[in-house]
Design a protein. Structure first.
Length: 113
């Protein structure tokens, strides 16, 4: 299983029950595909960098989870057709063991001369 996180921007006119149902739907979809979601982080209403669907604010929600890569396509499809989801982005998180080894050396003058 790989670690992922999904950031969802929900329409600000959605009520609290609607926001909760979107987060529940994300968690249920991940569980149905054999993944394990963590509790969502609700970042609240924030101003957008640019208008989306003539809205200047959105409700941000972040969910970290572990799942197989095949589950990502289903999650992306479901979030893409959800009416109250203005934008979403799914990102694969680096592996914990290999994260330090994959970091490149600091850019700067070479001391090999």
């Amino acid at each position: 299983m790989r670690s992922y996180e999904v950031m969802v921007i929900i329409d600000p006119s959605t009520d609290d029950d609607g926001i909760q149902s979107i987060n529940d739907r994300i968690a249920e979809l991940i569980r149905s595909r054999g993944g394990t979601p963590e509790r969502p982080e609700l970042w609240g209403r924030r101003r957008l960098a640019y208008p989306i669907r003539h809205r200047y604010e959105g409700f941000y929600s972040l969910v970290r989870f572990s799942a197989e890569p095949a589950a990502i396509a289903d999650l992306d499809r479901v979030l893409g057709i959800e009416d109250n989801v203005m934008r979403h982005k799914i990102v694969r998180l680096p592996d914990q063991a290999g994260a330090t080894a994959a970091v490149p050396a600091a850019a700067g003058p070479s001391t090999a001369d």
